[in-house]
Unconditional design. Sequence first.
Length: 54
Amino acid sequence: RMQAEAGLRMNDSVPALLSRIRADVTPAEWTLINRLGLSGIHYYSRIARNHAML
């Protein structure tokens, strides 16, 4: 969980960040994140936290 959140805070290049997100979500979540654009990255940070709590 902390690694995912730290990755979102660090100055990652966008392609590196997106490839990490893509590896971490389902195809349906990935499609949604792509549609949302930048909001999708915020959405991802929320679901990453939710997954960590399970």
